[in-house]
Design a protein around this ligand. Structure first.
Ligand code: F0G
Length: 471
């Protein structure tokens, strides 16, 4: 980012993230990559010619304007920080009314002191995941360019969000690509119910992603996956809401699950821009958590030293890794189906965010994920497996001494508990076959925090006996 290489007079434009290329494009162009070098694109603002508040407190003024949907939206009440079209042209269905809650029970589990762990609960979004933040921004851009159809590949939440925005706004028709058997029922049911054209291809998310790119190019369909730079603008606002809830104090750590790496990329950009604008005085550290069954980022960053290097990453390292993965026939496999991804599309933006935020990457097992998920559920919020990777990752980082027990940590709970009831019920079940089928097959040996249903005969005495015994 920073000043464009090629002269650009508009205050907002798209720019290749590679500093050695730096090509720019107008925001009226629909692109998912630089046509010169193939890198990802950013939405870049010439802040000097835009009206930016000089203090984050200014946003508090919007709290009193509950009759204005743009002030209610947790995305658009921060419009001044993503002003790619005028506010009255922005699309909202009420996304981003989410919560940051302290969670002492979960803090204790992770080894943090009371009052130091917060959960940012994105499950409260209209479609039940953080994706709606980005979808409102992608839809805003899609309407701006006059798109009539939108497509995505998905592990389930992007598709649920796209389908919802299409059904509510009627602005576009939804086309969804999913891998076969790779998406949880909660999410699949949303796409079907909302009426999206759902194409189940024989393959996994990465296959679906490759196909949807081809299809959308061939048929001129607007792509809403996170390679779309406008989508990530919406996801920046998750961090603005975290700051808002902390009364604009920057936490020490943001911990987020890593799949296609859109969130981590967007979070890095959010903080980078706020720092540039002198709206914050320091950057938080970022921890991105992979599942051991889908650990591309971990392997590349922590084991093979893949770094952004101020804009000169050694791209061969990633290519070599992917070649090895293909040669060995290795494919992602994790109970956290949302992050079951081999080739994260935002890899290079994510390593840039890691550089900006002095970030780390860790991986956690499916057993650690499910245990952390049970702790989150018992603490009152509940989340889907992928989201709990953030809590399991925090526990790991505290245990190894990277996060100190009195540091202030925000874990992002990316998706609602009801997105994947199969995993939850399998964890708590007494049915060994069901446990083995769903969890045992993924290396989960036991459910340490299972809350098992108590089977009793339909008899008053027996029922009361059971309540006295277990209650
Ligand atoms: N958590 C949940 C619940 C998700 O659905 C996803 C991604 C992630 C975490 C990972 O986020 O891609 O920004 O690193 N889901 C995408 C989808 C891939 O298709 O719904 P990321």
């Amino acid at each position: 980012m920073g000043k464009p290489k090629i002269s650009q007079t508009d205050p907002v434009f798209q720019q290749c993230i590679s500093p050695s290329c730096g090509a720019t494009y107008g925001i009226d162009e629909v692109r998912v990559a630089c046509s010169k070098c193939g890198e990802l694109l950013d939405v870049v603002y010439d802040w000097d010619s835009l009206r930016v508040p000089n203090s984050l407190k200014t946003f508090e003024e919007k709290w009193s304007r509950r009759d204005d949907p743009y002030c209610v939206s947790g995305v658009w009440r921060f419009h001044e920080l993503l002003p790619f079209v005028p506010i009255r042209q922005c699309v909202t269905i009420g996304e981003g009314q989410t919560l940051l809650l302290p969670a002492d029970g979960v803090a204790e589990y992770t080894g943090l002191k009371p009052g130091r762990l917060y959960l940012q609960y994105e499950g409260l979004n209209p479609s039940g995941s953080f994706k709606d933040n980005g979808m409102s921004a992608a839809f805003t851009h899609a309407r701006f360019v006059g798109a009539t159809r939108a497509a995505c590949a998905s592990t389930g939440n992007t598709s649920a969000s796209l389908a919802l925005y299409c059904s509510v706004t009627k602005l576009m028709k939804a086309l969804i690509f999913i891998g076969s058997g790779k998406i949880s029922y909660g999410k699949l049911s949303q796409a079907l119910d909302f009426g999206a054209l759902t194409v189940q291809i024989n393959g996994d998310f990465d296959d679906a992603m490759a196909r949807v790119k081809q299809v959308s190019q061939e048929l001129g369909i607007y792509l809403v996956n996170s390679v779309n730079p406008f989508r990530l603008e919406g996801q920046k606002t998750i961090m603005y809401r975290v700051l808002e809830a902390l009364r604009w104090e920057v936490p020490d750590w943001i911990v987020v699950p890593g799949g296609n790496l859109g969130n981590s990329s967007a979070f890095g950009k959010a903080f980078y821009e706020l720092k540039q604008l002198a709206l914050i005085d320091r950057m938080p550290r970022l921890a991105v958590i992979n599942s051991t069954g889908a650990d591309t980022l971990y392997e590349l960053v922590e084991r093979r030293g893949f770094r952004w290097n101020h804009g000169s990453p050694e791209l061969d390292r990633a290519i070599l890794y992917y070649d090895e993965m293909d040669a060995a026939g290795r494919r992602a496999d994790t109970i956290a189906s949302a992050i079951e991804i081999n080739r994260p599309v935002n890899l290079n933006k994510c390593i840039r965010a890691l550089e900006w935020c002095d970030g780390v990457v860790r991986k956690v097992t499916d057993e650690q994920i499910m245990d952390a998920k049970a702790k989150v559920g018992a603490g009152g919020l509940g989340c889907e497996p992928a989201s709990a990777a953030s809590v399991a990752g925090t526990k790991l980082l505290v245990a190894e001494g990277t996060i100190e027990p009195d540091q202030r940590v925000v874990c992002i709970l990316t998706g609602h508990q009801l997105k994947d009831p199969t995993a939850t019920v399998a964890y708590h079940t007494t049915d060994q076959d069901q446990f083995n089928k769903v969890l045992g097959s993924r290396g989960v040996r036991r459910a340490a925090f299972a809350n098992r249903a108590v089977a009793v005969p339909n008899n008053m005495d027996e029922i009361i006996k059971a309540i006295r015994l277990y209650g």
